[in-house]
Design a protein around this ligand. Structure first.
Ligand SMILES: [Zn+2]
Length: 210
């Protein structure tokens, strides 16, 4: 268990919608049975998210175990997102687009530095660190396997190359996730502008808890 992790002071998410401006973040504590809807308001925008179990935040979402369980690179309706202890965390109730980056990882100043030669850019990692701090969690334990990049479109070529291309979401497309346990969730409206992941134009996203 995480040291002195006090669940009595958790501010549980209330039902309602929030519009995240471009590059903004949102931290949530979800009760089992609540649903989380991520809506791409204008289309072609990525939302990175991480999650941990409230019962033990050291049990994290795992993109790898989720891929292994589904035998697929993408999520789809009916699929389950698993933790790194292979316990169910979310069920995909609805998925209008069906294309997500399940390789793990998030944009950061580090990856932008080696890929694009730019320094000190604001990335999803900065947002996710802010989310974890707001929730009182240890941000040093965030790891790349813990992250799914919703609507991010990566082509896995037959010759082994990976290529980031523009998302195919249209305005209003959403994914709906049902929490299968009490969960901490960190969301980052992806700020990346150095590759096609947000079609070079970052836009708002809506987050709805029900
Ligand atoms: Zn990002």
């Amino acid at each position: 268990m995480t040291d002195a992790h006090d669940t009595t002071t958790i501010a549980w998410a209330e039902p309602g919608s929030t519009v995240l401006a471009p590059k903004e973040r949102l931290a949530l504590a979800l009760r089992r049975g609540q649903t989380l809807t991520i809506t791409d308001l204008e289309g072609q925008q990525v939302m990175d998210f991480i999650a941990s179990m409230v019962s033990d935040p050291d049990e994290r979402l795992s993109a790898m175990f989720t891929r292994v369980s589904s035998g697929k690179w993408d999520l789809n309706e009916g699929y389950t997102i698993y933790s790194d202890r292979c316990r169910p965390m979310f069920r995909v109730v609805r998925d209008d687009n069906g294309i997500h980056n399940m390789t793990g990882g998030y944009c950061s100043k580090y990856s932008n530095s080696i890929r694009y030669g730019v320094e000190e850019t604001w990335g999803c990692l900065d947002n996710l660190v802010g989310d974890w701090r707001e929730l009182g969690l240890d941000e040093t334990k965030i790891n790349p396997d813990q992250c799914i990049s919703l609507f991010m479109n990566i082509i896995h070529h037959a010759d082994g190359r990976m290529e980031i291309v523009e998302p195919t979401t249209k305005a209003g497309d959403c994914i709906v996730l049902e929490a299968l346990d009490d969960l901490y969730v960190g969301l980052s409206n992806c700020p990346e502008e150095h590759n096609p992941c947000n079609a070079f134009h970052v836009t708002p996203m809506q987050v709805t808890v029900a």
